[in-house]
Design a protein around this ligand. Structure first.
Ligand code: PGA
Ligand code: ZN
Length: 426
């Protein structure tokens, strides 16, 4: 039973304040978590409460912290932390809004997560086992690893936000992450061969390079794959987070680095050209978060690749259900802080899995040294995970946790790229 809930202002990886929380149980067990924070946030996400004013440049979370210690702590007092649904329902009820804008989704998620971690500690199980269904074998996810960054994560160096590598031929997690490391290193070499400053990294540890165009970014990563010695399109492939909401403008899309303005139709045709020319297996947020007409075009123009909705679905069951009904996209990015509770995030994962949509659990561009995300991916069997690059400790914390789970005493399986055929949507 929950006997104490404590909160404080911690820092995230961008150096911004974020909510830290600890839940203590009657048997003395405790769990704590710090909450991540996005930069290219979807407008339909649950609301992150910031203080405003001058303290911490307006980005303080003292109000959210007070909401944890006050109304949220009161709401969950005495509840069995093993009953996550009850904990989360009590948190939602205390807030009273659907977007958690009264007490803050950052406050609510801190308690939801800390309760789960405290419960796992209380029953002396790893978190991945505590959040799994009884008969499920833990599934290590296929990683999607950031190589080049643009958009809101690299001061607009590229219009598209991430170019990532997916080690699609890997047969284990440790092999997958080593292959991703190889591609990152050989992309650094390819960049240095062009005289580019490849030691500068962006928010998620990817290279932040000014390349004068989006296609040039794909060429550089494709060269990195070739230089790595891995077979392109067979062992290593490319994923892109287009993050199109971040350059949507007046009903169209403006590629600033190329001085071009495209309609939704033209953007889909541009992306189809990239898919034809590069070994691309996954495209995220190819159109704006409310451009459902454009997404219908994408279904026709980009068949065959994983089409991932992040800002589009914002880890929200209603938006995902609408997408499934209209056959929009075929995969969903899941970020617990977009919705505010673990139960709601799990509902999105299960709805997707029932509907043949793939699931990719994701960190945020502002993240922390916590590694609960790795355990959720394994226990919920999401099949894929996206946490940034293989540098910066808030990123490596998740990779290191997955490596430890793989090496540890619990038998696991690994989600090879082909374990889950693309059936949804297309
Ligand atoms: P964010 O970026 O955390 O800044 O939203 C991650 C993503 O867009 O996938
Ligand atoms: Zn995204």
């Amino acid at each position: 039973r929950i006997t104490g809930v404590y909160a404080w202002e911690a820092f995230d990886s961008r150096g911004n304040p974020t909510v830290g929380c600890e839940v203590v149980l009657s048997d003395g067990a405790s769990g704590s978590a710090t909450v991540p924070s996005g930069a290219s946030t979807g407008s339909h996400e649950a609301v992150e409460l910031r203080d405003g004013g001058t303290r911490y440049g307006g980005r303080g979370v003292a109000t959210a912290v007070a909401n944890v210690s006050g109304p949220l702590a009161a709401a969950v007092a005495g509840i069995d932390a093993g009953d996550q649904r009850r904990v989360d329902a009590a948190l939602r009820e205390a807030d009273g809004t659907t977007d958690l804008s009264r007490l803050g989704a950052n406050a609510v998620l801190g308690v939801s997560l800390s309760a789960a971690i405290a419960h796992a500690s209380s029953i002396r199980q790893p978190l991945h086992a505590a959040v799994a269904e009884a008969d499920d074998v833990p599934l290590l996810p296929m990683p999607m690893v950031n190589i080049l960054s643009g958009g809101a994560h690299a001061d607009g160096a590229l219009d598209i936000q991430d170019v990532l590598v997916v080690p699609i031929g890997a047969e284990s997690f440790r092999e997958a992450i080593e292959w991703a490391w190889r591609v990152r290193r050989s992309t650094v070499e390819a960049a240095e061969a062009r005289g580019l400053p490849a030691h500068l990294v962006a928010d998620e540890g990817g290279l932040g390079l000014r390349l004068g165009g989006n296609r040039a970014a794909l060429e550089l990563v494709a060269e990195g794959i070739d230089r790595s010695g891995l077979r392109s399109g067979d062992e290593a492939a490319i994923a892109i987070d287009v993050a199109a909401s971040s350059f949507a403008e007046d009903g169209g899309y403006r590629l600033r680095t190329e001085g071009r303005r495209l309609t939704a139709d033209e953007l889909v045709a541009e992306l189809a050209g990239w898919v034809a020319d590069f070994p691309i297996v996954s495209l995220e947020d190819v159109l704006g978060e409310d451009d459902w007409d454009g997404w219908r075009l994408a279904r026709q123009g980009l068949g065959g690749v994983q089409l991932l909705g992040d800002d589009l679905f914002v880890t929200n069951t209603e938006r995902l259900r609408q997408g499934i009904d209209e056959q929009i996209a075929n995969a969903v990015l899941v970020k617990p802080n977009q919705v505010g509770t673990l139960s709601d995030a799990l509902d999105v994962v299960r709805l997707a899995q029932r509907s043949g949509y793939r699931t990719v659990l994701s960190a945020r561009s502002g993240d922390t040294e916590d590694h609960w995300l790795a355990d959720l991916a394994v226990g919920w069997r999401t099949g894929q995970i996206k946490v940034g690059s293989t540098t910066r400790s808030e990123r490596t914390a998740k990779w290191n946790r997955l490596l430890r789970i793989e090496a540890g005493p619990t038998p696991t399986t690994f989600a090879t790229w082909h374990h889950h055929p693309l059936v949804g949507g297309l």
